[in-house]
Design a protein around this ligand. Structure first.
Ligand SMILES: C[S@@+](CC[C@H](N)C(=O)[O-])C[C@H]1O[C@@H](n2cnc3c(N)ncnc32)[C@H](O)[C@@H]1O
Length: 370
């Protein structure tokens, strides 16, 4: 169930990247999904994928997906279903950390047959992928050392590429934990400021840890972390940003399939109908938080049209000062890596496919024209 969201005025904190005490206030929100389908540059990730492979499929969720996605995706659904049900087939991207020494890692990637996802360099963002579900080992945190890479579903980079952050941009990552996209933003360019916000207190701590492990202390002035309800930003920080990323809480299709007990599946499915309301509120808040001419990228990791195209359609029809931005060039530049659903409107939807298991990932880009 969606809990009532109660917010106490939180102290926004400057990120103390290496040592020192971090202060944050508590806030309540959606309980975090198990991280099975989430990006995470830690040991935990491989363990969770192995655990998911052993865990039983949650039957009520699978039945629900069969009903809705066979209608929505038609001939594509059997292949997507097969991939979602087999975590061993999932591929991982290796996003390099430009702030760490990388020669040895690059050599290892080359030896193991990884190749660059982005041959035409997007700033300094570098991500390596393999045709097979080869797992590059995850890195442990070592005090005083920055991690060299972050493992992720390569489709997670699409929202960041769509945001197109340039040096000096004031950027807000409204729903930021565990922090994969915030790191990707930093790989593209050094923004003038990056404000990472996360409502859930446990995930907020996880976000802090991720940032500490990848971003050098010399950039700590650029990063701010907060623990607020993202729906407040339109009011408290109206017009403060050039670009906002809304990587929204959604029904994470990969992890929901492995929720375990049927009761948990029923509970989550009951929440599902409430998600589009929350997603639209977050998106409206983001649109208020950008300057006129500013850009907002909305993304989810679900195949559900109700949480993707329908959300954008609703915003476009209710906000006359908002226009949809074209993502055709981005889709074209990555067409040999990702399978895009041809029937998705108002954005791009990456659907898992054989040999390119990336996704699900929906991305849409909006411009506030006045
Ligand atoms: C899809 S995840 C974000 C993943 C993250 N962008 C990344 O790349 O690592 C969505 C996040 O939104 C958070 N969330 C849920 N409701 C929220 C709200 N009202 N305001 C801010 N964050 C919220 C969830 O706790 C969750 O961590």
């Amino acid at each position: 169930m969606l809990k009532a969201l109660c917010w106490k005025p939180a102290r926004n904190v400057k990120l103390n990247l290496h040592g020192g005490r971090h202060i944050s206030n508590r806030a309540e929100g959606l309980s975090p999904s198990p991280a099975t389908g989430e990006d995470e540059g830690s040991e935990k990730n491989s363990r969770q994928v192995r655990a998911a492979a052993r865990r039983r499929v949650c039957v009520p969720v699978l039945e629900h997906f069969d009903k809705f996605y066979s209608e929505q995706l038609r001939h594509r659904w059997p292949a997507v279903r097969e991939i979602l049900l087999h975590p061993q087939s999932w591929q991982y991207g290796v996003m390099l950390n430009r702030f760490a020494a990388l020669e040895e890692v690059k050599e290892q990637l080359h030896i193991q047959g990884f190749s660059s996802l982005l041959p035409h360099c997007q700033g300094s963002l570098q991500c390596f992928v393999h045709r097979s579900p080869v797992r590059f080992p995850s890195q442990r945190h070592q005090a005083g050392q920055l991690k060299q890479y972050y493992l992720l579903n390569a489709a997670s980079l699409l929202p960041v590429l769509a945001l197109d952050v340039n040096k000096g941009d004031r950027v807000l990552d409204l729903c930021a934990a565990p922090g994969g996209k915030a790191l990707a933003i930093f790989q593209c360019a050094t923004p003038g400021g990056l404000h990472c916000n996360e409502l859930d207190i446990h995930r907020h701590k996880w976000l802090m840890k991720t940032l500490e492990s990848f971003i050098p202390q010399s950039l700590s002035d650029v990063v701010k972390v907060s623990n607020l309800d993202g729906r407040l930003f339109g009011k408290i920080e109206a017009g403060a940003y050039d670009k906002v990323l809304v990587d929204a809480p959604c029904s994470n299709d990969r992890s929901w399939l492995f929720l375990g007990q049927p009761q948990q599946g029923h509970l989550r499915l009951g929440e599902r109908a409430k998600l589009p309301g929350l997603q639209k509120d977050l998106l409206r808040s983001a649109l208020e938080a950008v300057v006129p001419g500013g850009l907002v990228v909305y993304s989810t990791c679900t195949l559900s049209h109700a949480e993707n195209s329908d959300v954008i359609q609703d915003i476009l029809s209710s906000c006359p000062n908002v226009e949809l931005e074209d993502l055709d060039d981005l889709a074209l530049s990555l067409a040999h890596h990702f399978t895009f659903d041809a029937n998705t409107r108002f954005g791009l939807l990456v659907v898992p496919d054989h040999g390119r298991t990336w996704g699900p990932m929906f991305v849409s880009k909006l411009k506030k024209i006045r």
